[in-house]
Ligand binder design. Sequence first.
Ligand code: ADP
Ligand code: MG
Length: 224
Amino acid sequence: MLEIDRLVKSYSQQGGEPLRVLSIRRFAMAAGERTALTGPSGSGKSTLLHLIAGILRSTEGTIRLLGKTLEDTGEAELDRFRAAHIGYVFQSFNLLPGFTALENVLVAMRFGSNLSRSDRKGRAIELLNKVGLGNRLHHRPSQLSQGEQQRVSIARALANRPSLVLADEPTASLDLANAMRVFELLTNACEEAGAALLLCTHDLELAGRMERQVQMRELSEGGD
Ligand code: ADP
Ligand code: MG
């Protein structure tokens, strides 16, 4: 489902050599696979997720996702592709503050879903019920606990039945009890939906609970 080959991301620096922040020889994921990606802060985890989501463009190499080579795909098509096939869960939730839980999920479905308006609403409510927020549909983010906000963002990430969910340190801003609950919810929801999950974390204990663990270092090392 995902195949990464000789991927490099560099940033140009004023008056100097380009700064290489990521270099991955090969990385692949199968459909429905759940993988933890670990590495210290600054090792390029977020950069990799942004590249896979097509939010950032690679400097060298290729990312093939669901048969599409992202490097050969234009911006507008990439935006549509992302909305339809990728769910994203951020460390800091990234919910729209002026919108309710239900509206936050619905906004994500305006692009990338081919359901009718009323079916979208039905699905959004069903997802929010599933993450335990059936009685918080009309709460805004400021009226929700941190754990609840992250559960809204999980519902939002799954709204368009993505093939791949990218989660960037999704539990790092939660207390331990909430972190475990959100982690279980996220992994179970992806399993149930048949979505692959790539979860970045610096928490090795959390990573150890997933079926596959990969370290940034092993991806970057070796060359050939
Ligand atoms: P992680 O998520 O593992 O903590 P990041 O992917 O956020 O790591 O960052 C990897 C490296 O890329 C860091 O050293 C960071 O300073 C660098 N970096 C990120 N964005 C930029 C940018 N726009 N310009 C230059 N360097 C950047
Ligand atoms: Mg990061």
